[in-house]
Design a protein around this ligand. Structure first.
Ligand code: GLU
Length: 483
């Protein structure tokens, strides 16, 4: 059975570059009926950030990456916080001590620094195995425990990077257990992956250079190697560097709060560095589970592009409205409406949504794009008289056009106020006033919305209703007359 894991460290907010290392192992496990584990690697107490674990859990839940084993849900290999697994690491460390492959290192940090400086001065690589202490005390908590490396060449296969090899010069006496008794990442992840039965390790390729030391540890502990997937970095929008917080890499929850849908985020991140060889860009989670394959993960960095997320989110907004219905989309919009909408019933907001959704890139666009459906817009005559399409018309012509529209629309009986009747009325007005559609429709649209754009005029007027539409046309006509 395939078992994968996401093993984040709660050392800061989890930005979207990190989340892809959760999506790929999730897909790999779940597409084969395997298990996905969530383990929190919190042994670096100096870098521990309060609240970071909660953010990780929120992010995974929001994206729908449910885990089968791990923190909160439990499982056969509890606990899943590394800080609570000290005894387990000590038990495994003992094996290495007993077989002569680990030693307690009493060397003070200042002395280690001197070794490093001396080697640098001699221009030779600093390898700790050249400075092993002569006398090593019995190991106990409070003294770092080091691996006793054997210089050896290694070969291994990386499912993403291909066949790899390394020379003996990179094997070193890495620290296994720190002074505080907690293990380093280098040791802890090997113990945990073995205890938890992890078959595939998918992680960022920054760990690639440490692979020889990991392979030496598997060997010394008599463990079978799992499969390795080193995922290339996600690149910043510019340049050739890894996406970082300074390049505007936000946390996934920030995108959520800006009105990005989880489906779109999952889709975007899954396709950042993977494709199925077709032109398809929009994938549901089920489609990803169906199509994802390790051999199509790219081995070069994929560039982060926020405009693509926005595009994809727009596609997903339409997809949900069209396939699941406006009610389903509406259910996602709580918290994204302008304050002015608070007093309006759901039914009205749903109607607004149904005519505007295909223009939304994020749900928070609702805030700016729908205000005029809920309160009378502020009348700004310059917005009319200086409008490119309307500049040629005198104020009197504008007033006359508004009067013609008011008269025509007033005659539509209340129960006939519909998009179709309104379209017919507007078409008649065009013929009667002999104005170009660009002029006539622009005037009416601005007068009822004062927004830079709005859905089709007949739909906007239908949703606004007869009373509000006529009141707004009247107010603008009065304002022009008094100008
Ligand atoms: N705790 C490591 C990190 O957050 C995880 C690396 C791994 O997946 O093994 O970078």
């Amino acid at each position: 059975m395939i078992k994968t894991r996401f093993a984040p460290s709660p050392t800061g907010y989890i930005h979207i570059g990190n989340v892809r290392s959760a999506i790929y192992p999730y897909l790999i496990a779940k597409q084969s009926g395997g298990k996905f584990i969530l383990r929190i690697e919190d042994t670096d107490r100096a870098r521990y950030v309060e609240g970071a674990t909660e953010l990780i859990l929120d992010t995974l839940k929001w994206l729908g990456l449910d885990w089968d084993e791990g923190v909160e849900v439990g499982g056969a290999n509890e606990p899943y916080y590394q800080s609570e697994r000290k005894d387990i690491y000590h038990k495994w460390a003992k094996k290495l001590i007993d077989s002569g492959r680990a030693y307690a290192d009493p060397t003070p940090p200042e002395v280690i620094d001197e070794y490093r400086k001396a080697d640098n001065a001699k221009k030779i690589p600093f390898l700790y195995r050249n400075h092993r202490p002569k006398d090593t005390p019995e190991w106990h908590e409070g003294i770092p425990l080091r691996f006793k490396a054997e210089p050896k060449a290694y070969e291994w296969h990386d499912e993403v990077m291909g066949d790899m090899h390394s020379g003996p010069e990179v094997c070193d006496d890495i620290i296994l257990i720190k002074k505080d008794g907690l293990p380093t990442y280098n040791f802890a992840h090997i113990v945990d992956d073995a205890e938890m039965g992890v078959t595939h390790i998918a992680r960022g390729n920054e760990y690639l250079s440490s692979m020889p030391n990991y392979l030496a540890l598997y060997e010394a502990l008599g463990l079978e190697r799992p499969k390795f997937l080193s995922l290339p970095h996600i690149l910043a929008p510019q340049g050739n560097k890894k996406l970082g917080k300074r390049d505007g890499a936000k946390s996934v929850t920030e995108y959520r709060d800006e009105g990005i849908l989880p489906e779109a985020m999952l889709n975007y991140l899954a396709c950042l560095g993977w494709n199925d060889g077709t032109e398809q860009e929009i994938y549901t989670k089920d489609e990803l589970l169906d199509r994802f394959s390790i051999d199509r993960i790219q081995n070069s960095g994929a560039r982060f592009d926020e405009t693509k997320i926005l595009w994809m989110n727009g596609q997903w907004i339409r997809k949900i409205a069209n396939e699941q219905g406006i009610d389903a989309l509406y259910a996602r919009t709580a918290g994204f409406w302008p304050d002015s909408a608070a007093a309006y019933p759901d039914a009205y907001k749903k109607r607004v949504l149904s005519i505007i959704y295909d223009r939304l890139k994020t749900l928070s666009d609702l805030r700016d794009m729908t205000d005029y459906f809920f309160k009378n817009p502020k009348i700004l005559l310059p917005a009319i008289v200086t409008q490119k399409m309307l500049k040629k018309l005198s104020e009197q012509e504008l007033i006359d056009l508004l009067s013609a529209a008011i008269e025509k629309l007033q005659n539509i009986p209340d129960d006939k106020w519909s998009a179709d009747t309104l379209q017919a009325a507007f078409n008649e007005l065009l013929v009667e006033t002999k104005k170009k559609p660009g002029e006539f429709f622009t005037l009416i649209r601005i007068a009822i919305s004062f927004a830079p754009f709005s859905p089709a005029l007949n739909l906007t007027a239908e949703v606004l209703g007869k009373e509000a539409t006529l009141a707004r046309l009247n107010s603008v006509r009065t304002a022009l007359a008094n100008d």
